[in-house]
Design a protein around this ligand. Structure first.
Ligand code: GLY
Length: 405
């Protein structure tokens, strides 16, 4: 007994026989970047742990203090999601334990039907958690959440209604481009449950969005308002962009990520083509800065004196790594590498202990709402870590490990 015990201690000390979800060890710049991110996010975790509550960090106020939001906000899944990526990138079990705690702390959100954002909320948290732990209870949460999201499907128009009707805007059934991101939850829920209805909803939504959100130049509108019975288009507008006809940077990034992901699940070439067209729009845009970190809207009227949106850049980089794996177009990887390199420099990465303990600076929530202008945002950090993980997957020769169970 004693010998057996000693052998197992020895094996564990040597790292043999340990189960870990970690990627092969990071080296060089990426090790440094993840080290810095770990330091910052550990400070954030420590602050939250002191309160004894499950808090959801989102941004900072004008004094640089961390702002927390309720779990019903669309951003609540990104903090637990970042904890899961840190676990994967470092192999440190402490991150896994925090991932479990802050993921399970938001389980009630699986029943949320107030808008379409449950995909972001549950998939970034429970989706990553399931990918890394295979805890069957997490799969149940994902399927339950897909049922909640499906209540917003409007068969007459073939879309998921993003936001509720808004009288002051004369919107009956508004759909925003961001909604493409919520389809990942549906595709996975079909795989986990064998219920194809979720997947059918996702495909219908992606097809209608492709038809109705995109312009000839492959940029997209932010909001399309539908007649939910007939599918007739009532309005094409913006909520967070510069103008109805402008190209809001994060919206272009959501579309790029969304159509790349739709190709992953369907192998339908029209989604891949759309993703490539969106990439063409972004990377041939005359107002995309040389460092590839876009202004908050490609058509904002005071460029170059307009805020950048680091969140759009981080989402774009992560999407491009996946797009690269389907196309083998080296340009996509090069763009993504350039974005990551620039985000990791001192212009965009915060000094330790500053920036409300978020990793990246200089994102934009919504300029028309005067909200979160030139601030850190929790989702910029999440997609930054995801992009680092994807780059490492590709470069270590193990292939991209996506949330594709
Ligand atoms: N999904 C909301 C946003 O991108 O701001």
């Amino acid at each position: 007994m004693k010998i057996k015990y000693l052998i197992s201690v020895l094996l564990l000390t040597c790292g043999i026989g340990q189960t870990s979800a970690a990627v092969p060890p990071l080296k060089g710049k990426q090790a440094k970047n993840v080290g810095l991110a770990s330091e910052q996010i550990k400070r954030m975790v420590d602050d939250i742990e002191k309160t004894g509550k499950i808090l959801s960090p989102r941004t900072t106020d004008k004094n640089g203090k961390t702002v927390y939001v309720v779990l019903e906000e669309w951003t609540s899944g990104f903090f637990p999601g970042s904890l899961w990526y840190l676990y994967e990138l470092t192999g440190d079990e402490a991150w896994k334990n925090y991932g479990i705690k802050y993921t399970e702390g938001m389980e009630r959100i699986k029943k949320y039907t107030g808008n379409h954002d449950i995909g972001f909320m549950i998939y970034c948290s429970f989706g990553n958690g399931y990918r890394l732990t295979k805890n069957p209870a997490y799969a149940d949460v994902i399927v339950e959440a897909a049922k909640s999201l499906s209540t917003r499907f409007r068969p007459g128009a073939g879309i998921i209604q993003s936001w509720n009707a808004n009288k002051s805007k004369d919107w009956i059934c508004p759909v925003i481009i961001d909604n493409m991101m919520n389809l990942e939850l549906l595709f996975e829920a079909s795989k986990l449950s064998g219920d194809d209805s979720f997947r059918k909803i996702a495909v219908s939504h992606a097809d209608q969005t492709l038809k109705n959100h995109y312009r000839k130049d492959n940029s997209c509108f932010h909001v399309v308002d539908y007649d939910p019975e007939t599918g007739a288009i009532r309005h094409r507008q913006t909520a967070q962009g510069f103008s109805d006809s402008s190209s809001w940077s994060r919206g272009q990034a959501w579309g790029l990520y969304g159509y790349t992901m739709c190709f992953r699940y369907t192998q339908d070439k029209k989604y891949l083509q759309q993703a490539e067209r969106i990439a063409d729009f972004i990377f041939n845009h005359p107002r995309l800065p040389k460092d590839l970190i876009p202004y908050w809207d490609y058509d904002a009227d005071k460029i170059p004196d307009e805020p950048r949106d680091v969140s759009a850049a981080a989402i774009t980089a992560s999407a491009l790594y996946e797009l690269y794996t389907y196309t083998q177009n080296k340009a996509y990887k090069k763009y993504a590498d350039t974005i990551l390199k620039n985000l990791s420099g001192e212009t965009y990465t915060a000094a330790p202990g500053t920036n409300g303990n978020f990793v990246l600076m200089h994102s934009v929530g919504s300029i028309p709402h005067g909200a979160e202008v030139d601030r850190p945002l929790v989702y910029a950090d999440y997609y930054y870590l995801e992009a680092i993980k994807r780059k490492h997957d590709i470069e270590s020769g193990n292939g991209l490990k996506l949330t594709d169970f």
